[in-house]
Design a protein around this ligand. Sequence first.
Ligand SMILES: [Ca+2]
Ligand SMILES: [Ca+2]
Length: 252
Amino acid sequence: MRARTLAATAVVLVTAACTANTFDNPKVTELIVSPKSVNPGEAVTFRFKLEYGGPWNDIRSIELTGLPANTLAANTVTTINVPAAAGEIAETVILINKPAKDGVYPLKFKVTVRNSPGVNIGAVGPLTINDVPGSFQFASFEPASHSIGACPGRLKFITLKYLASDENGATDVTAPKIVGVEPAGLFDAPLALRTPKNPNVIAELVTTPVAVNCNARAPQVWQWTLAATDIDTPNESQSPVPLFITEYVTSP
Ligand SMILES: [Ca+2]
Ligand SMILES: [Ca+2]
């Protein structure tokens, strides 16, 4: 008799476990995302209610998905607060950490429900992350001058260093170039500047080796300008990166 009771209890438990999987997925309602566009470093607020036919504690977590990889690498928190109950509003403020690549991102909530794999719920996005103009923090030849006497061979090897800065990621600054005519004979070859490589930093120091001809004319002072373009808007020549002026000096 006791054995039959245990068997009957086991059957009831199995049935309960099966019905837990048959509830419809949670549904987000009355969602407000504000603002719809942000600069890197700014906050987005999500307010919504959740509908769910099963036991409320089935809902384990909600995660925001779809943000650019570099803001996630910068430890942007993606945990969304679960409403306390059906009909309750939950509010979560997400700080979009810098750097954050500009673009339009169709965000989703990934809801984890007990006994079910993660459920993606659409219609959360899109969120626009604005393009912030890049800039050069500095740019210079090192050393920035030489005397003919200190250049006894054919070539003198120096470097051109610049610090590219962009809150969308340093790789937003692309195609750096010297504007203006290089003095005839100053360099062994036309300058071909290297570009930032790391999308996960706000500023990157870029170093380009340069060979100076030792027989360059002296004295002379060359004033030059460094410009670049935004990787997403290649037609915007020299913009939005501001110009930077410095000098290269030769002396007898
Ligand atoms: Ca930018
Ligand atoms: Ca950009």
